[in-house]
Design a protein around this ligand. Structure first.
Ligand code: SF4
Ligand code: SF4
Length: 187
């Protein structure tokens, strides 16, 4: 059914736009004074980066490859996350544990390289959902910046170490994957 749009005729006062402009200015000035007299912590405008809002529960931010308590990586390079990723931004290269580890009953693989292209990631969380080892998490951290595109390719050590501390500064510089892996039966 066709909709008839009624044409509104402006009178000469409306055509000057003085009243709408004054109304707009009143709203802006009202917000200005409200911000000034509102306690700083309750203001809508957050003085980022000095202040940061707490992300909502369930917020999906930067990724982390989890480790066991002894530092060994949880990921077994099964490629489930890469298969589930709709943005196709996860690249994994699998590696096997050494002979000593195999003698001790560790037949699992681990990732030699694990890379996420953060510029393509859509933070959907499918990788976290798909992982059978609970080895990849999306954290509540959201700050990331780089001077070039290559800096947004997060490698295995970025994903394992960068967010070790809250301020993201204390990186673990040594390979946390021990030559002798975790004891059998340790989850
Ligand atoms: S959050 Fe989504 S898009 Fe990003 S790496 Fe995981 S599955 Fe891929
Ligand atoms: S992060 Fe999880 S799903 Fe992805 S390869 Fe490792 S174990 Fe498999």
């Amino acid at each position: 059914m066709a909709v008839v749009v009624k044409k509104v005729e402006l009178n000469w006062v409306d055509r000057t736009y003085v009243i709408p402009v004054l109304k707009g200015m009143a709203i802006t000035i009202g917000h200005f004074f409200r911000q000034i007299f509102t306690p700083s912590r309750k203001r809508f405008t957050v003085q980022y980066p000095d202040w940061k809002r707490e992300p909502a529960p369930g917020f999906r931010g930067l990724h982390e490859l989890k480790r066991f308590e002894d530092g060994s990586i949880k990921c077994v390079a099964c490629f489930m996350c890469a298969e589930a990723c709709p943005a196709r931004c996860i690249t994994i290269e699998a590696d096997e544990f050494g002979d000593l580890n195999r003698l001790q009953g560790f037949a699992e693989k681990r990732p030699k390289n694990f890379q996420i292209d953060m510029l393509r990631c859509i933070y959907c969380g499918m990788c976290e959902e798909a992982c059978p080892k609970d080895a990849i998490w999306l954290r509540s951290d959201y700050e990331q910046a780089s001077y070039d595109r290559l800096g947004m390719l997060f490698g295995k050590w970025d994903l394992m170490n960068t967010y070790a501390d809250k301020d993201g500064k204390a990186r673990i510089t040594q390979d946390p994957t021990p030559s002798v892996p975790r004891a059998p039966g340790k989850a």
